[in-house]
Design a protein around this ligand. Structure first.
Ligand code: DNO
Length: 355
């Protein structure tokens, strides 16, 4: 498997490419043009610019996360075709510059949701945290405001101010939206996009809903094994794939990740590996990658990838904030680098065991 690392771009990430390159096993960055609003075409010259910044470090730009989906596509509004055409144009350009995988998600309104970005653990480290009681009683607008204040000048993926400024209107538009209707809208999108992705040499990889249950009454259609089956069946092509994110699926402890890997591995071009600790009441926080630190058996997950001969891309997902690092929530250098060493260590051990 090919190790990658999410990088927010020059001037937008606290971590220099030179440091990313020094992490053992590193092959490339996972990137995006974070300033381009969902629905707009990514200009070719901007794609070329990222390529020229990254490749001199011996790193690839093979994986993009995410080309975000305009809400009109998720809502199935009459103007969705305009945004689908824009998406196709972006895919063609990305293919031209050698991109191989495009991660995206189909979550209404919000991308991932947490209630705390810097929850302190006993050892003094901090990490992202989700608390049911706080979500149940909170107006989404208050949560958005807290997030913006807490992340200061570092933009958060999925929490772009542009996306969230019309929150009331968006919630109104989603009134009456069911899982089935949302699924139909995903199918409509995929039927148009996948042939273009195939031509461009790109594999699309849908990211699961994070957390994998309905929040603020919004429907969720990418949260378990059955949902994945429905999605891969919508368009039967290797280009219609999954980003298997252990941390996003993990809060539902019924999700059997090794089994999902064994079932869907031919449709998994991209894996996110991280651990979480789930409490009895369902609250969860993000731990180190170590199996013994969380509720997910990361060793079994890596074993499943090894068994199926996974040769796709993976990245450590979020990390804790340790050693006083000042960084974007979830995206510091140190803990993600430690996570990589753990996962690569497991992989080597399985590899030796096989021989
Ligand atoms: C947060 C990320 C998500 C993810 C998107 C994929 O840190 O895991 O923002 O990139 O959901 O489309």
């Amino acid at each position: 498997m090919k190790t990658t690392f999410r990088w927010y771009g020059l001037g937008n990430d606290t971590i220099p490419l030179a440091h990313i390159k020094q992490i053992p096993s590193m092959t490339g960055v996972v990137w995006a043009l974070h300033d381009i609003p969902a629905g707009e075409v990514w200009p070719e010259e901007r794609i070329a610019e990222v390529k020229s910044q990254v490749e001199p470090y011996g790193l690839s730009i093979d994986v993009v996360e995410s080309v975000n989906i305009h809400e009109s596509i998720k809502l199935g509004s009459p103007d969705r075709d305009v945004y689908i055409e824009n998406y196709k144009t972006t895919l063609r350009s990305l293919g031209k510059y050698g991109v191989k995988v495009v991660c995206y998600n189909f979550m209404p309104v919000f991308d991932w949701i947490r209630t705390d970005l810097f929850k302190q653990a006993d050892d003094g480290s901090t990490a992202l945290f989700y608390e049911h009681a706080r979500i149940d009683g909170i107006d989404p607008k208050v949560l958005v405001k807290q997030f913006m204040e807490n992340s200061k000048d570092l933009t958060l993926p999925g929490w772009e101010p542009d996306r969230l400024k019309h929150l009331d209107k968006l919630f109104d538009l989603y009134k009456g939206m069911t899982e089935d209707k949302l699924r139909e809208n995903l199918k409509y999108f995929l039927e148009q996009i996948i042939p273009v992705a195939e031509e461009a040499g790109i594999r699309m990889a849908i990211h699961p809903d994070d957390p994998p249950f309905s929040v603020f009454g919004l429907p969720r259609i990418v949260k378990c094994h059955e949902d994945f089956q429905k999605i891969v069946d919508m368009v039967d092509s290797p280009a219609n794939g999954i980003t298997l994110c252990s941390g996003a699926l993990g809060p539902n402890l019924k999700n059997n990740l090794p089994e999902m890997i064994r079932t869907f591995h031919k449709r998994i071009p991209f894996a996110h590996i991280r651990n979480i600790k789930v409490f009895d009441n369902g609250d969860f926080y993000e731990t180190s990658h170590l199996t013994r630190d969380g509720s997910l058996d990361i060793a079994e997950i890596v074993k499943a990838y090894h068994e199926v001969g996974f040769d796709g891309y993976w990245r450590p997902d979020h990390g804790r904030h340790i050693w006083d690092e000042k960084c974007r929530p979830g995206y510091g250098l140190y803990d993600r680098a430690l996570g990589i060493m753990y996962v690569e260590g497991l992989w080597d051990a399985y590899e030796k065991g096989r021989k």
